[in-house]
Structures are given as C-alpha cells and as structure tokens.
Write a protein that binds this ligand. Structure first.
Ligand SMILES: Nc1ncnc2c1ncn2[C@@H]1O[C@H](COP(=O)(O)OP(=O)(O)OP(=O)(O)O)[C@@H](O)[C@H]1O
Length: 315
C-alpha cells in the first residue's frame, strides 16, 4: 500500500504538487492520470525518495522509503526507461542492481525471461529499441519481486503489441495481490487497464474513484442534432421544455432522453433535420472536461488560421 498525505512540492514560485492525499491499494491497478505538467512524475519521484517533499508525507507499507532495507524488495519502479548505462549489457545492468540489493543472480535470469529479453541479454542496452528499453526497465522494477510496483508512462512510444504486453503484465501483477500504480496522460489507455483512478491537475487532486464510478458519472448520454433551421428548432424544443446546448460547430446537444420525441416535434413543425443521433461521451472527453481548468499548455482548437501554409503559393 502507498499512503500519500498532504504531499506538496514547490520549485521556487512553482507549486508542482499541491496538498495531495490518497491511498494506493493492493490487488488492483490504480491509474494516475493528469494532463502534461500536472505533477505525476514529481509525485512518483517523492514516493521513491528521489525528491524531498516541501510538505506532507509518503509511506510505503507504513514506512518512509528511506527507512526501507533493500528497497527494491518492497517497491519496484519504472520512471525513465532511458536511465540505463548504455555500455552495459541487459544482463549486467540487472546484475548490478541485484547485487546492490542482495538479490540472487538467478532472479536476473527469471526477470529477463518474464520480459522476453533472454535472447538479447548479452547485448548492450544502447542498441535497444524503445520497446526493448522499456522491457529492460520493467525487468529492473520486477527484480526484487516487490509487493508494490510503480510505472511512469510505461506505454509511451510503444507499438500495439508492446502496449498489449504491458497492459496484461500490470493486470496479472495486480491479480497476484500486488499494488500497481501507473501514470498516464491518456484516459483511453487507463480505461483498458485501471480498476481505480487518481486524477490530478496542476498538482491538485481532482478525482479519486473506481473506474466503474468514473464511467457511471462521466459517460454522459446525449442527443446530437443538426438542422438548417436552428432558431426555429431551438424555439420549438424550448417550448416543449427541452434544454438545448449549442456545441459551437453549428449543432445542438440535448442531455439524456430519446431521439424519437425530438424527431416527431421537428416533423410536426416541418423543421428539416440533417442529424439526430444518440451519443455517449467517451471517457477521454470526460477526462478532458474534468481537467480542462487545469491544463497548463492549451492548444488552439479548430483548424489553423487561413494564412498558415499560404507562403509556398507566393514563392
Ligand atoms: N526540477 C524542476 N524544477 C522546476 N520545475 C519543475 C521541476 N520538475 C517539474 N517541474 C514543474 O512541475 C510541474 C509538474 O511536472 P511533472 O513532470 O511532475 O508533471 P507530469 O504530470 O509528470 O507531466 P508529463 O505528463 O508532461 O510528464 C511542471 O509544471 C514542471 O514544469
């Protein structure tokens, strides 16, 4: 179990992590979600004693990281897959880690086998692909057979086979009763992997709830309508007590309900409809709504300005 209480980290004026309190429980995969710059990596670094909190506390199975003897036996982490001495072979990299943590050499062979790197164990890590590097980092996390595992953005840059492999691995580690904590900025990925979600934005806790609860609260059902007579339709629906919301792309949305009565009302008033479709908001949309206020680096929505890309015509 990982217990986080009032965890805060300031870098000068910047508050990277702001009074976080939550618990990561064993037996399930807990997804740690937040937009870029939300404070996920900083939180994970403090959990591992790599950064000192400005305030607050983290306990690993009841103890501070610094108090753990042979910490790799309690908690294994993949923070940065590139943090490997490139001149070392995969085997030697793991052997160094094992020897400094009182772990037998036989375990090095076991974890190489688990992550599928046995055939390249004697190759230097600098020649590894991104996926192989990620597998080597995971082998390091598994080395001490720890009860707690932590992965920072483990699927970044991986191909579908690699993503599937990591997802299956995380679920099986949780099924063995281990605590699995995994960060991502992609809701779609977490929806397939996590049983529980901790969502942060600008260092603050935004949600701490089970995946089914997140889905129940956020997968909003609505009806999307497009018409060439928007004013008339708005008035008719308004008159019938239906609340419509304009989406900004010329369409309307009506929360909940069924499309049939709306189609019938439109027909009764001879209003042409170009679209009348029941929709379900995706979890990605729900996540973006939840974190919208706290996104640090907004991109423009919509198409780029007209003048972009016109330069080549004049040349
Ligand atoms: N050493 C540092 N010095 C100053 N500011 C920092 C430092 N480390 C992180 N920050 C700032 O703290 C905030 C949180 O960063 P962090 O890397 O923890 O976010 P994140 O959620 O992991 O983001 P990402 O998904 O982009 O990796 C960011 O605004 C970042 O610029």
């Amino acid at each position: 179990m990982i217990e986080v209480e009032g965890l805060t980290k300031r870098y000068g004026e910047k508050v990277a992590v702001n009074g976080l309190t939550f618990t990561v429980r064993p037996g399930i995969v807990t997804g740690f979600l937040g937009p870029n710059g939300a404070g996920k990596s900083t939180t994970m670094r403090m959990m591992l004693g790599l950064d000192r909190p400005t305030a607050g506390d983290v306990r690993i199975d009841g103890r501070h990281y610094a108090r753990l003897r042979d910490p790799l036996k309690y908690i294994g982490a993949l923070l940065d897959a590139k943090a490997v001495h490139g001149g070392r072979t995969a085997f030697n990299h793991l052997l160094c880690l094992a020897q400094s943590n009182g772990i037998p050499t036989s375990r090095v062979r076991e974890v190489l086998d688990t992550v599928g790197l046995t055939a390249v164990a004697r190759q230097k890590a600098k020649g590894f692909s991104l996926g192989m590097g990620q597998r080597l980092g995971i082998a390091g996390a598994l080395l001490g057979d720890p009860r707690i595992l932590m992965f920072d953005e483990p699927v970044n840059g991986l191909d579908p086979e690699g993503i599937h492999w990591i997802r299956t691995l995380m679920k099986s580690l949780a099924a063995q009763g281990r605590t699995v904590f995994v960060s991502s900025h992609l809701m779609s990925e977490m929806a397939l992997t996590a049983d529980h979600l901790v969502v942060i934005g600008q260092g603050r806790l935004l949600a701490d709830l089970s995946m089914p609860d997140f889905i129940a609260r956020n997968s909003r059902a609505y009806i999307r309508i497009r018409t060439p007579q928007p004013e008339r339709l708005r008035d008719v629906l308004h008159g019938a007590g239906v609340t419509v919301v304009e989406t900004g792309d010329g369409a309307f949305e009506v929360e909940g309900g069924k499309p049939e009565p709306i189609g019938e009302l439109a027909a009764e008033h001879r209003i042409v409809l170009h679209e009348l479709s029941p929709r379900q908001a995706s979890l990605e949309e729900a996540f973006m709504r939840l974190t919208a206020e706290s996104v640090e680096y907004h991109s423009r929505s919509g198409p780029p300005p007209q003048q972009w890309g016109d330069g080549w015509r004049k040349g």
